[in-house]
Design a protein around this ligand. Structure first.
Ligand code: GLN
Length: 199
């Protein structure tokens, strides 16, 4: 029997609906029974098996997570329930242990053994698309970068899944997945499928 999955998407700011849409499409194409919840209240986290932290403005998302108690509850879910989390762009920054250019004193979740740098490819006008190779994917993937961070280093059990030259842009640590680009802004379902398979 196909297992039922409940996916939460942190819905305080950023590319929330785009993730919801691509996830719905994936559920239907893979005949996965599941539900999607836009998470704005910490009590909603009880029912989710996997959580997406979308791209957006890291400073804003971080502040709201702390203020609403979602920050502590997400950490609880990682520790107690070993919940799967995919963080894209700003979400990737928030999963990290350290931001090297943290002039805004953003509070990270400190969940993954990696250091990141925000806006590492330049400003909005330096946003771009590029074909990348992802470990375990048989064909190249067209990745969309918008004011993207890079992962400067990973250590311990945090594994690198993709790079552009020497810059790490995707990493996985057990059930946590950090992605510097925007898989929700393409029609390619493979990254959301990869996440679904982790759950
Ligand atoms: N540069 C943004 C930040 O660190 C993230 C950009 C994004 O999520 N598209 O806040």
């Amino acid at each position: 029997m196909v297992k039922r999955v409940n996916i939460g998407i942190v819905g305080v700011q950023g590319a929330v609906l785009e993730h919801a849409n691509i996830m719905k499409k994936l559920f239907s194409e893979t005949n996965t029974p599941g539900e999607i919840f836009i998470i704005r209240d910490k009590n909603q986290l009880e029912k989710v098996d996997g959580l997406i932290i979308p791209g957006g403005e890291t400073t804003t998302i971080s502040k709201i997570l702390v203020k609403t108690g979602l920050y502590d509850k997400i950490l609880d879910c990682i520790k107690q329930k070993n919940i799967a989390i995919m963080g894209t762009c700003a979400g990737c920054v928030l999963l990290s242990e350290k931001i090297s250019n943290n002039d805004k004193e953003i509070k990270c979740l400190n969940a993954m053994k990696m250091h990141v740098k925000r806006n590492a490819f330049g400003r909005q006008k330096e946003s771009f698309e590029q074909e990348i190779k992802i470990k375990g994917f048989s064909k190249p993937y067209n990745a969309v970068f918008i004011r993207a961070p890079i992962i400067e280093k990973t250590y311990n059990n945090c594994e690198v899944l993709a790079k552009i030259k020497d810059k790490i842009i995707m990493a996985r640590q057990d059930k946590l997945l950090a992605i510097c680009f925007h898989p929700e802004l393409t029609d390619d379902l493979r990254i959301h499928k990869y996440f679904l398979d982790i759950i």
